[in-house]
Design a protein around this ligand. Sequence first.
Ligand code: ATP
Ligand code: MG
Length: 478
Amino acid sequence: MGDDWTELYRPKGLVEVVGNPKLIKDLQLWALSWEEGRPSHRAVVLMGPPGVGKTSAALALANDFNWGVVEMNASDQRNADAIKKVAGRGSRSETFTDEGEFLSSKEGRLKLIILDEADNIFGREDSGGVPAISDLVANTRQPVILIVNDFYALSRKSSAIKNNTMQLKVGRVQGNTMRGVLRKIALDQGLEVPQRVFETIIENSNGDMRAAVRDLQAVAEGNESIGDDDAFVLESRLSLRNMYDLMRDILHEGDAKRARRTMMDVDETPEHVMMWLDENVSLEYKGEDLHRAYEHLSRSDIFLSRVIRRQYYGFWAYASDHMSYGVTTSKSRTNRGWVQYRFPSYIMKMSRSKATRNMKSQISQKIADHTHTSTRRAAQDVLPFLSTIFKADNDFRLAIITDLNLGIEEVAYLLDKKVDSAEIKRLMQEVENVRRSKEGDPNPVQKVFKESVVEDPKPQMKRSEPRGKQSSLFQYEG
Ligand SMILES: Nc1ncnc2c1ncn2[C@@H]1O[C@H](COP(=O)(O)OP(=O)(O)OP(=O)(O)O)[C@@H](O)[C@H]1O
Ligand SMILES: [Mg+2]
């Protein structure tokens, strides 16, 4: 796979930015006012929670109006100079390239200046970011979009920013809208996704479209089809989203205090976090850094085992600090690329095998009920043989499915196939056909069954028949 779906399916134009129709209108009107040479406001502030389409809307707007884009991460110190340059000279000159170099007016078209994470710059008074941005929004000759999570932080520091900008809210994406987008992506990927998986993803996302797309990719990864068992896995990840955030804070952001704080907020045991780190640390760390990180993880592991041995939960704090503070500070280089974190394969395997175990005991229960024996005996003595014959003999298969009233998941389990594979679907259809024709004809399945398996070959050994024949292998008179 490799592609990051959140990038692959980033809206190209404003029509694809879902969920905030009023916002789209306002942005279009604002852009038109720039096109006409008399901007209603020089700058717009887009504010809203993570992953709802702020950056996407800004980029889509530029695309729709064929504007160039100068994108800057405001919290990156290295950009402060560039911002000053743009604010001081660039934006007032005719135009400039995506790298901030000036062009002659002939080559020029409008350039949208996008300042992402603009609220972060206000944390550092010394950076000169506040006056630079205030100047920018008041005087720019190019359209400017500031993107913030928290407008209050920004407006408090500068009334100029508040007064010279048009503030637009970007709201969380509604479940229905989200479902539409996820369906389209699944269709495009040729994936069949059970309703239940969509619902779980949407519920988990809390209106964060990026999180939803990312989760869909995570369940699709390495699966040629997605079954209900994936919903099971998904559901078991109660704070799935939190874990991705935590991984980013520990492994990527490089802010140890923040990593530690997020670690405390996450509603998971340190053991669980450990599995996530173990799965993902090597995706972000290399060489010496990786070595140091593992050093902390192994220390952490020692504390975790002491928790168990001594039944003293105070050690959790040390374990957690090694995982957050320790791992974060092990990194000497920043990795600027984007990393798709993975759900721990260990947990995945365990929950899959749990689903399998459940299935096994469910079928054994049915056999036990049917043959008046214990589930244990059914599981040990009958199930292995039954499943072997079940795989080999189609008539037997049809009969057993009907007799035991096996559901599609149980059938898939017995055949070692995915629930939504074509073969299983075909088989269930066949069972259904037989069932239907049975309503006309007294009992075709059992007839097949009797002829092929049960019918006594020696007619002279007469059975007393007053209460009817045993109609299948598993049916006994009460
Ligand atoms: N409104 C939306 N319509 C369609 N796709 C969306 C929308 N919002 C988010 N997405 C999906 O999520 C991805 C990330 O969205 P985007 O970068 O625009 O979020 P953001 O609001 O800028 O988040 P952050 O505050 O974390 O920067 C997009 O590439 C797209 O795949
Ligand atoms: Mg963004």
